[in-house]
Each structure stands twice: as C-alpha cells, then as structure tokens.
Design a protein around this ligand. Structure first.
Ligand SMILES: *Cc1c(COP(=O)(O)O)cnc(C)c1O
Length: 404
C-alpha cells in the first residue's frame, strides 16, 4: 500500500500506545464536511460509512454544530442529581417522534441495550410475574448489540466472545427471521425478544417481509416485550424514522443511539410506554453523563430535523437510486445486494477478493467503506450525499472490481 508521509507518520503515532482492538484502513482523517472527509495529506474521500450511521446528517452539519456550540456556552453537565433545562424538551420531542410516552437517556448504544435488558427483566418480575431469577430473553443468531460482557454473552461471533467469559445467562438465540423458532423458544419465563429489524453488522440482512409483523403479533399473544434495536437502522437511514415503520410494526421498546448524537456526542435512549419503562424506580438505574444538557440539546436538534421527514425522504429516494446502480454490478464481481434506504450490503464474489481488499482499493480511489464479514461490504453514506456522488462511488467500485 502506498501511503504518503504525513499519513504514515500519523499512523505510527496512533499505533504507539493504542490498544489493538480495531484494524482501521490506512487513512488519517483531519477534517470533514457533509459527506466528505479530508486526510492529513489533503486527500479527499467520500465517506460511505458515516461512522456506522452515527453521522447520518453529515459531518459538521451546520444546524447540529450550532446547537452544540450554543449549549457549550450555557451548561454541559449537571448529572441527574439535578434537573437541566434541555432534557425535558428532548425527551418530549423524542417520545412524540416515535409515538411513545417515555424516554430513558443513556450515552452509548450498548448502554441502551443493557438498559432495555434490565427494564425487560424488571417488567417480567414485577408485571408479568415471572419467578425471581428466571427471566429469559430471546435474541437472534447473527446479532450485533454492542460489546459489553452481557451483550457478547449472546453473540454468535467467536471473535466477539472468545476468552471473555464467563457469560451472562438468560438468553436464547434463534435463527434470524424464523418466526417458528421464536415461537418454539418462548416459554412462561420469557420476558422479551430483542431484534435488529435489519441486521447491520451481519451484512445489512433484511428479514422476510412477514417476519417483524409476525413477531409483533407473537409477542403480544405470548405477553413478551418486543425490543427493536434501531441503533444503526433508525433515524432516517432506511428511508423512514425507524426501520420498523417500513413494515408497519410498533415494538414495545425502541433502542436508539449512533445518529441520535448527531455525530457530535454519544447519545442513546430507550423509548417506550410508561407501562414498561415506568417499572424503573429512582436509584435502580442511571448514568453520570446520560441525559446531560449538551447531549440533550444536540439530540433535540436531531429530533427536530427528523420531524419534517426531509432526511427520511432523501434516504428513500437516493437509496432506490443507489440500489439500482449497485444491482448493475451483479455478475461483475458482485454476487448479491441487500438493503433498505441509503444502506447497502454488497456481497463480493469471494473468489475475486475479500471485503477488506475491496475497501482498501476503494480507499485508494477516494471512497471510504467498511467490510463486515468475509467478502461483504457495507455502504452507508451520510444522508446529505448527492445522487452524483453516489454514482461516482459506484463507478469507483466497478473499477475496483474490474482490477482484481
Ligand atoms: C453500534 C450498535 C450497537 C452498539 O452501539 P455502541 O454505541 O457502539 O455501544 C448496538 N446495536 C446495534 C444494532 C449497533 O449497530
């Protein structure tokens, strides 16, 4: 790989004292605006990852930066020991956006998942009447919900799990999209089903169209909470506010993160009705930074931007455009294309190249993307990208595939 001196030097500095838990591409970003980032050597790249959808509204989005700057000059952190004047408006707006009653604010996506697990268990014991210590949660094979010890306990990915046990009990994993398997796994102790409406890290895997509606009906019928992890799929990415909207499904709990912080601060949330989220009592759960006024000010602006439907519409229209250009690559090195809205999983012919090799070659041509597993790459550009930029990115992919 040819890298210029500023890039090489910056990578050497970064690698000096940094734990090796990532394997980044050899690009060192210095600045970014909209859908583009610029590296330390001044080379520009189209960002087709958008920080795993945390930057849905584009880098340095003027509205979000203005909201953050205004709040920086007022107050940034109070802890929940006191009230702050940003959190209430944020919670109200977010609950309204999703048609729910209550919001539990946290910081990272993994914390939202952990919070929902605690809420579901407490709901199971206090409302459903599950015997103490027996609560069970059903999850899906191929899931990605974060990196904490409990969350990796129900991952099927050996890389995520190996050597990190002992594992938290209380989870049963079933094949993704298999409603009969979910039905068979539910028993009297089951409190919840935790599902990604579209599996992101697994390679942008969309379940059969009838799966989520059937899961909703099954959960209601068997008195089990449906928890939708929309941390990557939500907030405009798939052409709707949350991807559950695409199939007309309303879960009991939505988990949000990533784009909720506008690419500026970590903001996550569990959103649901009082009949579920209301089980938490003071002192049972919390976070020093969760619901801080800076996060709430940015989150409020994110919600306000989503309330017009403009970003959802962009993702839908541009997504259809991207999808049809990508389908034109099938047979020319691409085996399959999946996705929804501005979110695509592209299976590269494994005989041709690994996903990593394709992403490295794309980087040389000024497109940043990320492989998921094996020979799958994912495209998730900021929703402010243009059709022309998408066409250009697909042309770079065509050229890369032709070069192998
Ligand atoms: C990224 C992600 C998480 C974890 O979020 P973090 O902020 O990295 O902790 C959880 N669920 C899904 C679906 C994700 O994509």
């Amino acid at each position: 790989m040819t890298t210029t001196s500023a890039t090489t030097a910056a990578i050497a500095v970064e690698e000096h004292a940094l734990a090796h838990n990532y394997h980044p591409l050899s690009v060192v970003v210095a600045t970014a605006e909209g859908a583009w980032v610029t590296d330390v050597d001044g080379k520009r790249y189209l960002d087709c990852l958008a920080a795993y959808s945390a930057v849905n509204f584009g880098h340095s989005n003027p509205r979000l930066i203005a909201a953050a700057k205004a709040q920086l000059d007022r107050v940034t952190l109070t802890s929940r020991a006191f009230h702050n004047d940003q959190l209430g408006p944020f919670a109200d707006a977010l609950a309204t956006l999703l048609g729910k009653e209550m919001v539990l604010p946290m910081n990272t996506g993994a914390e939202a998942v952990e919070s929902a697990i605690k809420v579901a268990r407490a709901w199971g014991y206090r409302v459903k009447g599950v015997p103490e210590g027996r609560a069970k949660i059903i999850v899906m094979d191929g899931n990605f919900h974060g990196r904490t010890t409990t969350i990796i306990s129900f991952s099927n990915d050996p890389e995520a799990r190996a050597d990190f046990g002992p594992y938290t009990p209380g989870f049963t994993s079933v094949p993704y999209g298999d409603i009969d398997a979910v039905a068979a796994a539910i028993d009297d102790d089951t409190v919840a089903v935790l599902v990604e409406p579209i599996q992101g890290e697994a390679g942008v895997v969309v379940p059969p169209a009838e799966f989520l509606p059937a899961l909703r009906a099954l959960a209601t019928d068997r008195r089990v909470l449906m928890i939708a992890d929309e941390i990557q799929s939500g907030l405009g990415r798939t052409g709707s506010t949350v991807s559950c909207d695409l199939v007309g499904v309303v879960p009991d709990l939505y988990l949000l993160g990533k784009a909720l912080g506008g690419g500026i601060v970590p903001v996550s949330a569990v959103v649901g009705d009082a009949s579920v989220l209301g089980v938490l009592r003071p002192g049972e759960h919390g976070s020093t930074f969760g619901g801080n006024p800076l996060a709430a000010a940015v989150g409020l602006e994110v919600v306000s931007m989503l309330s017009t439907g403009e970003f959802q519409e962009r993702a839908s229209v541009l997504g259809a455009h991207l999808r049809s250009s990508l389908e034109g690559l099938i047979g020319s090195g691409v085996v399959e294309v999946r996705g929804a809205g501005l979110w695509a999983g592209i299976d590269i012919d494994p005989a041709l190249a690994s996903g990593r090799a394709v992403c490295e070659a794309l980087m040389e041509r000024g497109v940043l993307a990320k492989d998921t597993h094996g020979s799958t790459i994912r495209l998730a550009p900021p929703l402010v990208v243009t059709a022309e930029e998408l066409d250009w990115a697909v042309e770079q992919l065509r050229a890369v595939l032709a070069s192998f």
